[in-house]
Design a protein around this ligand. Structure first.
Ligand code: ZN
Length: 56
């Protein structure tokens, strides 16, 4: 789970794994594609958040 600020509904929402649809890329950055509670398609950029985990 993570908190994401949705660009569509302009709210901070808690996103559950069941909402994640897969991986995505935005501006060359890796991210997770998911559907917000409001129904908007969003991308959560992983960036350096997982780089340490991915290297392990
Ligand atoms: Zn939303």
């Amino acid at each position: 789970m993570f908190v994401h600020h949705c660009s569509a509904c302009d709210r901070r929402q808690l996103i559950f794994p069941s909402q994640i649809k897969g991986t995505a890329e935005l501006a060359g950055e890796p991210g997770l594609a998911f559907t917000c509670w409001c129904g908007s398609e969003q991308v959560w950029l992983l960036g350096r958040k997982i780089s340490a985990a991915a290297a392990a």
